[in-house]
Design a protein around this ligand. Sequence first.
Ligand code: LER
Ligand code: MN
Length: 268
Amino acid sequence: MSKLKLAVAFPLVGKSEFKYEGLLRRMKRAARNQFDGVELHIDQPRNADTKRIKNLARTAKLEIAAIGTGMTYTKYGLSLLDDRIEIRRAAYETTRQYIKLGSELGAGVVLALIRGRYSARSGRAKAEERLSRVLRVLALYAETRKVSLFLEPINRYELNLIHTLTEATEMIKKSGASGIRILADTFHMNIEESSFVKAIRASGRHIGHVHLADCNRGAPGQGHIDFRGILNALKASGYAGWVSAEIVFKPDEARALAQTSRTVRPLL
Ligand code: LER
Ligand code: MN
């Protein structure tokens, strides 16, 4: 049976000294809690100090599990499905920057909120066409940079296209970019899938990255999701990658990390 690696998602916002100092403190705390890596959610890939990030990870003895791109949408409103071509282009250029950063850090890149929502004016069919085309081009670029891309189904309350693992598989097929893999996030799956285990069994071989959060987005163990069943299904499907806690740190970061480790470590 494969051994999965445990990561936690941390934001890295702006470029001030303070952010990097804070990040080191947080990385060391994750390492003390037996995490193997950190997933970095970065707001501006152009401004990221690659050398510094590598040094921090080395100092904390952590790997970089993946790069999150969602702040491009939540903070700057850029999306690959916007009606305005200049916004779509800016989102595309930013995604290329994330891929470049991913190649420098040896980490895969998550394509989730950066996809954005399609409008009633453009409609679903056009959005699917647009997304499949841009995914194809991004996948070619990622291939030249030897970077994995992870397409993440997101629940209906956040995005209006691709909610389930099956829908993500279909989009990858439509795009012809067979190198793109799926990101299975237990928070979104809890809302959209009829069964965690059945969904993982059906799409398991396409899964390239996993986000763990409980039903309330707290640390695993703070809600009612059955992580033992999920992790067993992942391992049975041959998954051997990262499981990355993308959680709200409640009641605080130290306790949420300890709780995640306590719940998930014995199941890896
Ligand atoms: C958002 O809900 C999410 O799960 C992130 O991974 C997307 O950036
Ligand atoms: Mn996620």
